[in-house]
Design a protein around this ligand. Structure first.
Ligand SMILES: Cc1ncc(C[n+]2csc(CCOP(=O)(O)OP(=O)(O)O)c2C)c(N)n1
Length: 315
């Protein structure tokens, strides 16, 4: 599958898309009103029960945006399905969600709809699910993303699947064994599977094995499975696009991001961004604790939603 050329990719637009999807990911987890921050955040604006997983979302938003910019027709398969707010944000951004959920309109109403309905009875679940447009791997039980991607490409030589594998997920036996599928299915008779390891270094409450491995160890490991691995800084879209521009059927991307990138840096002396403390809801008392609520407001404001919203509406 041929993608767009590097010169055709607008890096600023890409950056804005990622910020918008990061904003929507946070908004889904926290907000029940004041969705565009038209006034200071109040206790009533924050959901009473905070659910969801923030830590993996920024990396998903980065990978999704970069893949879709270069390969608009690629199938995106997500291993860590708990990062559903990010997947939902991207489906909403591209107008795909609206095709299946007519209330997910490209305006304030649509934003309110996806935020209010996130992790809500009779609304959207907190994980990706069969009700999510295009999802073929639910991701609740980690380990199946890579095998699902190879399966989806069987006998479909003109197709491509990009698959985002969690570094915690890659500790499962299934995901590790699936690295061998490259040798069995990487032929011209099948579609192209482009694996991307999301190396954010942490799982729920501890570092991942790969997060504590050296770059040399990781590169050697994937070479041993027959790949041509390349390590990228996930916070650098230019680098990501350069690598995608040169990618082939053997490429294995190792995308390093700080877990919870662009979120709160620390809370009560505990490091959050770049740590497992970013895994779920990083400001758990944001409704009742004025300091945490102010941190949430600052965090949301850091994405410049007014500017992004105007751009999104004009899109
Ligand atoms: C097979 C399996 N074991 C354990 C879990 C519990 N679990 C949910 S999220 C998570 C951490 C996942 O880490 P990673 O794959 O690196 O994703 P990310 O850090 O990007 O959230 C774990 C262990 C699970 N969902 N499935």
């Amino acid at each position: 599958m041929n993608g767009l050329g590097t010169s055709e990719i607008n890096l600023l637009k890409l950056e804005h898309r990622i910020k918008f999807c990061n904003y929507l990911s946070v908004a889904q987890i926290f907000l029940q009103d004041n969705f565009l921050l038209k006034r200071p955040l109040s206790e009533a604006d924050v959901k009473p029960r905070l659910l969801g997983h923030w830590g993996t979302c920024p990396g998903i938003n980065i990978a999704y945006a970069n893949i879709k910019a270069r390969f608009p027709k690629a199938q995106f398969i997500l291993g860590p399905g708990h990062g559903f707010p990010a997947l939902q944000a991207n489906l909403y951004y591209d107008g795909i969600l609206e095709q299946y959920y007519p209330e997910a309109t490209r305006n304030l109403h649509g934003i309110e709809y996806i935020c209010k309905k996130f992790s809500w009875p009779y609304g959207f679940p907190s994980h990706s699910s069969p009700a999510t447009p295009g999802v073929i791997a639910e991701g609740g039980e980690l380990g199946y993303s890579l095998a699902t991607a190879y399966g989806a490409m069987l006998g479909r030589p003109d197709k491509m699947a990009a698959v985002l594998i969690g570094d915690g997920e890659l500790e499962t036996a299934t995901a590790l064994a699936s690295l061998n599928l490259n040798k069995l299915l990487n032929s011209e008779a099948n579609g192209w599977v482009l694996p991307i390891l999301h190396l954010n270094g942490y799982k729920i409450s501890a570092p991942t094995i790969y997060g504590r491995s050296s770059e040399r160890e990781l590169l050697q490991m994937f070479r041993g499975f027959g790949f041509e691995p390349v390590m990228i800084d996930g916070t650098n879209d230019d680098e990501f696009q350069q690598v995608l521009g040169k990618a082939n059927r053997k490429t294995f991307i190792i995308m390093r991001t700080p877990k919870g990138y662009s979120g709160p840096k620390q809370l009560n002396g505990t490091k959050i961004e770049g740590n497992c403390a970013a895994h779920q809801v990083p400001l758990p008392e944001a409704k009742t604790d004025a300091t945490q609520r102010q941190m949430l407001e600052n965090w949301l404001k850091s994405y410049n939603i007014e500017e992004l919203y105007d751009e999104f509406i004009a899109k």
